[in-house]
Design a protein around this ligand. Structure first.
Ligand code: FES
Length: 111
């Protein structure tokens, strides 16, 4: 089963347009980006050397890491630049409820 458990994280207007903010949920640092018409969420840590993607530059529907400018597609988490790299960020589904950004976290399976 590939369910999500949905967590209300922050009011939509607490994330300025085309910026990111980090939240810590279930031990993960997750960056949430305001693209104007929607919010996107990925792991905050850049797979290159751990740069904080929440401080990156949002360009179109991508984010550019503030440290060495790797560029990630927010929709899929795929590296767009450098093209030779195939690392991928974990992405999280989002929705908006009553002006609050709600994140879908993978269901934790308890043994
Ligand atoms: S840490 Fe993100 S590009 Fe190097």
């Amino acid at each position: 089963m590939n369910g999500h458990h949905w967590v209300r994280v922050t009011p939509c207007d607490s994330i300025p347009l085309r910026e990111g903010r980090v939240v810590t949920l279930g031990g993960r640092d997750i960056a949430i980006f305001n693209l104007g018409d929607r919010f996107m969420a990925t792991d905050n840590q850049c797979p290159h050397e751990g740069g904080p993607l929440c401080d990156g530059i949002v360009a179109g529907d991508s984010v550019v890491c503030p440290l060495h400018a790797w560029k990630f597609k927010l929709e899929t988490g795929a590296v767009e630049r450098p093209a030779s790299k195939h690392e991928c960020l974990v992405t999280y589904p989002t929705r908006i409820e009553d002006g609050i950004v709600v994140l879908g976290l993978p269901e934790i399976s308890t043994p």
